[in-house]
Ligand binder design. Sequence first.
Ligand code: 5GP
Ligand code: ZN
Length: 114
Amino acid sequence: MEDCIFCRIAQRTIPARIVFEDETVVAFEDLNPQASVHLLVIPRKHLGSLKDAAPEDEALVGHLFTVSARLARERQIDSKGYRAVINTGEWGGQTVFHLHVHLMGGRIFHWPPG
Ligand code: 5GP
Ligand code: ZN
């Protein structure tokens, strides 16, 4: 996906503060952080949103969350707690259409999120 901003970040053809990468996922700092820790964890494979996750993507989607949990431990936001969310589609607040987990911590989050 040449015109997908997150594919380009994963391919390192546009810059981002990448904090973790392995064969299947990449994590980087959000450009417009909404908390002191705000990372985005994405699959290298282009999936437009969670709606596009197929049964074959089950391990990949799980990996996004286990990597998120590992990064939360590394950033020391796990003891107080944090939020790991996937905004999905227009009404879900999604603005970049490449699947991503927001890992946010360092402040209190409320529920429902509004
Ligand atoms: P969404 O609204 O789709 O759930 O989240 C998209 C996120 O991507 C937003 O938090 C936004 O700040 C972030 N974002 C958008 N463009 C860029 C970019 O070019 N680089 C980085 N690092 N983050 C971006
Ligand atoms: Zn993409």
